[in-house]
Write a protein that binds this ligand. Structure first.
Ligand code: ZN
Length: 56
């Protein structure tokens, strides 16, 4: 999925107890709940691997 700021590609970024989406272009980080409405299927599938992690 795309960054809202620059249309760069967002990648899933795992922190110790958190998951973020980070833009590979401008490096802006999004919390999952910020972009939940826009998640595409591929990103959702990737996030499912982290279901044990609490989304804050
Ligand atoms: Zn960006």
């Amino acid at each position: 999925m795309k960054c809202r700021k620059c249309e760069g590609t967002l990648k899933v970024l795992r922190r110790c107890r958190q998951v973020r989406l980070q833009c590979s272009s401008c490096c802006h980080e999004y919390r999952i709940h910020e972009v939940a409405a826009d998640l595409d299927a591929a990103t959702e599938a990737e996030l499912e691997r982290y279901t044990a992690i609490i989304y804050d």
